[in-house]
Design a protein around this ligand. Structure first.
Ligand SMILES: [Zn+2]
Length: 158
């Protein structure tokens, strides 16, 4: 990725981005998307000495024992794109009143392919049309730009 020192760290670091999303989505602690169980999940850490990599940000519900991450049920689910790139993409798409082209996004985020950029643009555009988008509201409150069209749509939610 190009040098973006002026951006918040969470737009440059996958772990920080994940923490940001977890805070935004679960202000009172993780909520199991499978059974709705609140605040009783355990973060799965790699066993000491284990060489098997643990998927990042995995939680296990203490109720139903199923595993989940903060991206389950969101537009970020099932993609290998690092979360900080998603965050930056949303930031960029919100910074231009006409949005941003997939081509430009590919360049700005240093994405491997145009298809990936197009995938992100489509998912984000779709999400921006859905209500409620709680994460969007949180980002807006934190000063990340949101286009005027979205702002009015979100006003009802805040
Ligand atoms: Zn559960």
């Amino acid at each position: 990725m190009k040098s973006r020192e002026y951006l918040p760290a969470k737009c440059r670091d996958d772990e920080l981005a994940r923490k940001h999303f977890e805070k935004a989505r679960w202000p009172d602690g993780p909520v199991c998307p499978h059974c709705g169980g609140k605040s009783s999940a355990t973060r799965i850490e790699p066993r000491p000495g284990s060489k098997r990599p643990v998927r990042k940000g995995v939680w296990q519900c203490n109720g139903c024992r199923r595993q989940f991450t903060v991206t389950v049920g969101t537009i970020f689910q099932d993609s290998r794109i690092p979360l900080h790139k998603w965050l930056l993409a949303i930031h960029l798409m919100g910074s231009f009143s006409n949005g941003i082209s997939a081509y430009r996004l590919q360049r700005e985020l240093d994405l491997g392919s145009y298809r990936t950029a197009l995938f992100m643009v489509r998912r984000i555009r779709w999400a921006l049309k859905q209500q409620p988008i709680k994460q969007e509201i949180v980002w807006r409150r934190k000063g990340i730009n949101v286009p005027e069209s979205l702002r009015s749509a979100l006003a009802a939610e805040s």
